[in-house]
Design a protein around this ligand. Structure first.
Ligand code: MN
Ligand code: MN
Length: 418
C-alpha cells in the first residue's frame, strides 16, 4: 500500500470512532505529524516534488526503495546504519580472500567490526593473534580451528555451516578450510576499529627476530630457521589436515584440551522462539560458554513476517544479512525514524536501546544474524511491555479500547505474526 492510500484509509477509519473535530486534526497529521511534514504524502497535486531528474544510477538506486521513497512515518535523519561487504575490496591470495567493514568505513559501528573471508579446501589463515576477541559464523563449508588457552591446553575442532567459533582477545589461533569447496564465513571483532589487516602474524615475528634469538628461544640451532618465509603468509594454500583425533592428540600433549569448546553448532540447535512468522536461535555465554564477550541471534523471518518492534538494553546490534531481503526502520529520540533496505552480504547496525523492526520484503525466507558485544542476549519486546502494563494506563496513552490491548502478544514472540 503506498503512503497516500495508507494515510487515507487510516484517516477514514479514525473519523468513524473519534470526536469529529479531533478526528480531522489527527487524520491530517497521521503518519508524520512534524512540521513541515516529510514524504510523498506532501506531493499530491505537485508530483514533480518527488521525481529525481538525475544524475542517478538506477541499478544502485533500485536497491534502496526505503531511502528513495521513505514511508510517510519516517522523520528526520540519523547516522548511516547500512553497510555492505558487497562493495568492500577483496584481498585475494592463493588459498582464499578477505574483505572487511570496520568503523573506518562505517562510523556508527563502534562496538563491532566485520570481516568476510573465504578459504579454499586446505586454504590456511596464518597462525596469528590480535587485541580483540574474535567470533565467527560459517556461511558455507567447514573450518578446522586451532587455539590454546592461558594454561596451554589446546582445542582443535571442526565446525560446519551454521556454526560459530570464539577466540578470546589475545589468544592465538589458526583457521583452515576443510569443506569439499573449502569454506566462507564472517568474523566479528568486539571492537569497531579492529582490522583484519592488523593482526600479529607468526611469520612476521620470526622474520624480524635474530636467528640466534630464535635458536635460544626454541632450544634448537639457529640454522633451523634458514628457510623460513621472509614475509607474512596471511592466507595461503595448504595441505588438507589429517584426521581430527590425531591433530587433537598431538596438540593436547600432556596438557589436555580446553575446558570449554571453541565452537558451537548454532543452526543445529532447537529454536528458542518459533511462530507463524519465523524462528530465532540464540547463542551467548549461557549455552556457548566460550563466547564471553559476544552474544548472537540467528533469525529466520518467513515471507510476510517481521522481526517484532523491540530494542536491546545492553549493547549495540551488528547485523549480517544471509538470505532474502529486508527493510529495517530504526526509531530514536527527536523524533527520528529512518528506513533502509538490506540484502545478502549487507550489514546493519542499531545503537543500544534504539527501537527497531525488520520486515521481510521478499518472497523467500529472510535470514540474518544479530550480533552483540555482550555476554548475554537481551531483548525488550514492545508488545510484551504493553501487554504487561495495566491496560487503563496503556489505553489512556494510545486511545485504544483496553480489550484490544488485551490481545497484544504478551510473550515476546520475536517474529510475528504469532
Ligand atoms: Mn583471528
Ligand atoms: Mn534487534
Amino acid at each position: 500500500m503506498d503512503p497516500i492510500s495508507r494515510r487515507s484509509v487510516l484517516a477514514a477509519g479514525a473519523a468513524g470512532t473519534l470526536v469529529a473535530a479531533s478526528a480531522v486534526a489527527q487524520a491530517a497529521s497521521y503518519g508524520n505529524p512534524n512540521e513541515p511534514p516529510q514524504g510523498a504524502v506532501n506531493t499530491t497535486g505537485n508530483p514533480s516534488s518527488a521525481t529525481d531528474p538525475g544524475p542517478q544510477n538506477p541499478a544502485l538506486a533500485s536497491q534502496f526503495p526505503g531511502a528513495f521513497s521513505p514511508p510517510a512515518t519516517d522523520v528526520g535523519s540519523m547516522p548511516m546504519f547500512w553497510a555492505s561487504f558487497n562493495n568492500a575490496p577483496r584481498r585475494i591470495q592463493d588459498g582464499g580472500w578477505a574483505r572487511q567493514v570496520t568503523q573506518a568505513d562505517f562510523a556508527i559501528a563502534t562496538e563491532i567490526s566485520g570481516v568476510n573471508m573465504r578459504l579454499t579446501r586446505g586454504g590456511i589463515r596464518e597462525l596469528h593473534w590480535h587485541q580483540a576477541a574474535e567470533w565467527a559464523y560459517v556461511t558455507r563449508g567447514a573450518v578446522r580451528v586451532t587455539t590454546i588457552d592461558l594454561a596451554g591446553r589446546a582445542n582443535v575442532e571442526d565446525i560446519g555451516e551454521g556454526g560459530l567459533w570464539y577466540f578470546p582477545a589475545g589468544l592465538p589461533h589458526s583457521l583452515q578450510g576443510i569443506g569439499e569447496d573449502g569454506a566462507e564465513f564472517i568474523l566479528c571483532f568486539d571492537n569497531g576499529m579492529a582490522s583484519e589487516y592488523n593482526t600479529l602474524l607468526i611469520n612476521e615475528w620470526f622474520t624480524h627476530t635474530p636467528p640466534e634469538v630464535l635458536g635460544l628461544n626454541f632450544g634448537v640451532p639457529p640454522e633451523t630457521f634458514a628457510k623460513i618465509p621472509l614475509h607474512d603468509l596471511y592466507i595461503f594454500q595448504g595441505a588438507m589436515p589429517g584426521p581430527l583425533a590425531e591433530d587433537q592428540a598431538q596438540a593436547a600433549g600432556s596438557l589436555g584440551k580446553m575446558e570449554t569448546s571453541s565452537v558451537f553448532a548454532l543452526s543445529s540447535m532447537a529454536p528458542v522462539k518459533k511462530t507463524k512468522g519465523g524462528e530465532v536461535r540464540i547463542a551467548d555465554s549461557s549455552n556457548f560458554k566460550a563466547a564471553t564477550t559476544i552474544a548472537a541471534a540467528l533469525v529466520t523471518v518467513h515471507p510476510g513476517g517481521m522481526r517484532e518492534m523491540h530494542w536491546h538494553p545492553n549493547a549495540d546490534e551488528w547485523q549480517y544479512y544471509i538470505a532474502g531481503q529486508a527493510s529495517m526502520t530504526v526509531f530514536n529520540t527527536g523524533p527520528k525514524a529512518v528506513t533502509q533496505d538490506f540484502r545478502p552480504g549487507d550489514i546493519g547496525y542499531v545503537q543500544k536501546s534504539l527501537g527497531h523492526f525488520i520486515r521481510n520484503t521478499g518472497n523467500t525466507d529472510l535470514v540474518f544474524l544479530e550480533v552483540f558485544r555482550a555476554p548475554q542476549f537481551q531483548n525488550v519486546s514492545l508488545s510484551q511491555w504493553l501487554a504487561h502494563t495495566p491496560r487503563a494506563m496503556v489505553a489512556q496513552h494510545l486511545n485504544i479500547d483496553p480489550a484490544v490491548i488485551g490481545r497484544f502478544p504478551g510473550d515476546a514472540p520475536a517474529v510475528v505474526p504469532v
